[in-house]
Design a protein around this ligand. Structure first.
Ligand SMILES: [Fe+2]
Length: 195
């Protein structure tokens, strides 16, 4: 049973490993996002850090075959967490990570996704920024390169490509806000050399 915030992170990591497989490429991406999220501590309220890292561990569990219902991983992941009794705020963060609503609406799943309240906060921004600065294999990527790589992998006829004129600026605005929060707090964004 999850009783403390540090238990929450450990339980999130364990569930992600069970569902994704501890030696899968998806696990390497997930572990990279969790590590990145922890580094974004200066960009979130201290009380939200554990929830951020737990969300990072769980954000892609919807790719697990055992959770697959709609085939849209943010929704399948959020539903899987909800069904297991995880806290509503965490379920909603998973549901809405990385601008999921744009793709959900394109795929006719907007109504289902919007059963989860979309949180607009430094925490939600940091989760998306962490996801969008770690590649599929777990390696760090610049935000801009990650977007280009995502569009190349999904292809020009994909929902991701179709919604990109709206989702792209939404994600870029998040990246801008997180970078500003990191800089304001005196820590230059990882991998970026201050001028
Ligand atoms: Fe991800």
């Amino acid at each position: 049973m999850v009783t403390t915030r540090s238990d929450l992170v450990a339980a999130a990591r364990e569930l992600a490993g069970e569902l994704l497989g501890f030696d899968s490429e998806r696990w390497r991406h997930t572990a990279g996002v969790a590590e990145r999220a922890a580094e974004l501590a200066p960009a979130v309220p201290a009380d939200d850090l554990e929830l951020l890292v737990a969300g990072a561990w769980l954000h892609d569990i919807g790719y697990a075959s055992t959770l697959r219902v709609t085939g849209f991983h943010p929704l399948d992941g959020a539903d899987g967490l909800r069904d297991r009794g995880w806290e509503p705020r965490l379920c909603a963060l998973v549901a809405h990570h990385s601008g999921a609503r744009f793709v959900a609406e394109d795929r006719g799943l907007g109504e289902e996704l919007h059963r989860y309240a979309e949180e607009r906060s430094a925490l939600a921004d940091a989760l998306t920024y962490a996801d969008q600065t770690v590649g599929p294999d777990g390696r760090r990527m610049a935000f801009e390169d990650r977007i280009v790589d995502m569009l190349r992998r999904h292809g020009p006829n994909s929902p991701n490509a179709r919604v990109h004129p709206r989702r792209g600026p939404y994600l870029a605005a998040i990246a801008g806000r997180v970078r500003t929060r990191l800089a304001v707090d005196g820590a230059p964004p990882t991998g970026e050399v201050p001028s």
